[in-house]
Design a protein around this ligand. Structure first.
Ligand code: HEC
Length: 102
């Protein structure tokens, strides 16, 4: 019985939880570089997450980027064709690469 009363009090009190000021959710515009292969990035990467994950990696090698795209396909079942794996990897290495292949 005590449990029921407690649950009722807790769930009803949630109805009175109010915030006086309007809540603003920050909008973070991640800027992505335009260029050859961008279309493929837009078509293949944005369906699941923002550009943030890409940009937050910092400059990386071609191997790193290829590994990330393959990871998306293998582990997260991203429907990316073999051709687009190469196109997106080239784009990522060109714009977010560190110049090293390995
Ligand atoms: C099917 C959904 C899906 C698609 C499509 C997808 N990703 Fe991801 N991606 C994920 C998930 C899930 C994570 C992990 C999220 C987490 O750990 O919070 C992730 C994480 C990442 C990360 C963070 C590093 C890491 O290893 O987790 C990078 C970089 C990344 N994705 C790049 C890409 C790129 C580039 C593409 C397009 C070629 C892409 N993703 C397409 C689902 C996807």
């Amino acid at each position: 019985m005590k449990k029921i009363i407690l649950t009722t009090i807790l769930s009803v009190s949630a109805l009175f939880a109010q915030v006086d000021e309007p809540v603003e959710v920050p909008y973070i515009p991640f800027e992505i570089k335009m260029g050859k292969g961008f279309d493929a990035i837009q078509a293949n990467c944005l369906m699941c997450h923002s550009f943030g994950y890409i940009i937050n990696q910092g400059p990386q090698s071609r191997k790193h980027w290829h590994g990330k795209v393959v990871k998306m396909v293998k582990h997260f079942k991203a429907p990316i064709t073999d051709e687009d794996v190469e196109i997106t990897t080239d784009y990522l290495f060109e714009h977010y690469g560190n110049g090293k292949l390995e």
